[in-house]
Design a protein around this ligand. Structure first.
Ligand code: MEV
Length: 396
């Protein structure tokens, strides 16, 4: 078992094109968002397992001896199998989770214990450790924060238990695992996601693990080769929405007006494919014209999403405000509020970006200048980690 401190991070995700259409078998493109979740794992010999999640106010500790005495044999010998409802209940008992079982705090604790007890089962004794997870991602905004959490947890525990090697190289700020190790991380990250979300598609954990850009269609996920990092503004309108209700409303519109809605979905599919083609060309030789095409695709898709009925006044406002600065935006995810993305062309001057951010903040929105196409799960050297991340992990 490794005895050194591990620092890992994983990105969140945005859907660039194809939300809603993907539910009806069309292509969607998801990209890794360079707002990341960071995890520090510190092995100990104090007989305790401690979990600190400062973003959601969780601070829990268990005696390793107590956990060791619990019958958790149902977790099999470290296999990534789907736990039954009864097993989840048993795990809640072990975790001491009572009423808050369905809340983010309870679910995060549950996913941790599930991964810890499953992955560390092969060790002679359960390890003593201190884990802190801090995220730049807002929770519950459809940006894949739980998948980034699960991916970090899986990668750190698998590395500590020497199920996969530590890829960190001296003098390098961030290193990544080999493909076969990433596959194992992804498998366990998906299990963590299942504990939190019940029946997720697996896209979010795949983006957190592999990074870059992924194409998904009918459950099949593949990475786009040589993904490019695109600069964006990510805006959270903070208008709450229900993905389930919005997905159902598109389905009923499709049933009511099949001849109108089917071509919209076909067109969104074509937008995803054209965007994929553009990104491929841009990876070889990016030119200013490519960005103009990406902007046109964004505008067309946003109109289609409005026609599907998943727009919102706050998203219209986002599009109007950014258009006043010559920038193009669309919703990302379920719509009906939630988040939107605005493409930042490389030729943009920083004062223009700042003015746009200010205008969006003035609307009451949260706004981040970041990029998409970011690297997937990585291990960091403490010496190179941004001091603000270190401070957040230290709880300062
Ligand atoms: C939500 O992030 C994306 C939707 O397409 C729903 C889904 O794919 O499950 C709206």
């Amino acid at each position: 078992m490794l005895s050194e401190v591990l620092l890992v991070s994983a990105p969140g995700k945005v859907i660039l094109h194809g939300e809603h259409a993907v539910v009806h078998g069309k292509v969607a493109l998801a990209m890794a968002l360079n707002l990341r979740t960071f995890l520090r794992l510190q092995p100990h010999s104090n007989g305790k397992v401690c979990l600190n999640l400062p973003n959601i106010g969780v601070k829990r500790a268990w005696d390793v001896a107590g956990l060791q005495l619990q019958d958790t044999s149902f977790l099999e010998q470290g296999d990534a199998t789907v736990p039954t409802a009864e097993q989840v209940e048993k795990l809640k008992e072990v975790a001491g989770i009572t009423q808050d079982g369905a809340k983010p705090e309870g679910l995060a604790v549950l996913a941790f214990l599930y991964l810890y007890l499953s992955i560390c089962r092969k060790q002679r004794a359960l390890p003593s450790l201190d884990i802190t997870v801090w995220s730049q991602l807002p929770t519950g905004a459809g940006l894949g924060s739980s998948a980034a959490y699960s991916a970090c947890m899986a990668a750190a525990l698998l590395t500590m238990c020497e199920e996969i090697p530590n890829p960190q190289k001296d003098g390098v700020s961030a290193s990544r695992w080999a493909v076969e190790d990433l596959e194992l991380i992804n498998k366990w990250a998906f299990q963590g996601e299942r504990m939190i979300h019940g029946n997720p598609s697996g896209v979010d954990n795949a983006v957190s693990t592999w990074g870059g850009a992924l194409r998904f269609q009918q459950g099949k996920i593949s990475s786009l080769e040589r993904p490019l990092a695109l600069k964006i503004l990510l805006t959270n309108t903070k208008v709450p929405r229900s993905t389930k209700t919005l997905v159902a409303s598109v389905r009923s519109r499709l049933l009511k007006f099949p001849e109108i809605v089917t071509p919209l979905l076909t067109s969104i599919n074509a937008i995803s494919l054209e965007c994929e083609r553009m990104l491929g060309e841009m990876a070889v030789a990016p030119a200013p014209e490519h960005y103009l095409v990406l902007e046109e695709l964004i505008d067309m898709n946003q109109h289609h999403l409005n026609a599907l009925g998943v727009g919102h006044a706050s998203l219209d406002q986002l599009c109007r405000v950014t258009m006043a600065h010559g920038l193009h935006s669309k919703l990302t995810g379920a719509g009906g509020g939630g988040c939107g993305i605005t493409l930042l062309r490389p030729d943009l001057e920083q004062p223009e970006v700042e003015a746009t951010k200010q205008a969006l903040n003035d609307c009451g929105f949260d706004c981040w200048e970041t990029s998409i196409g970011a690297p997937g799960i990585s291990v960091h050297s403490a010496a190179f980690l941004d001091p603000s991340v270190c401070q957040a992990l230290d709880g300062l």
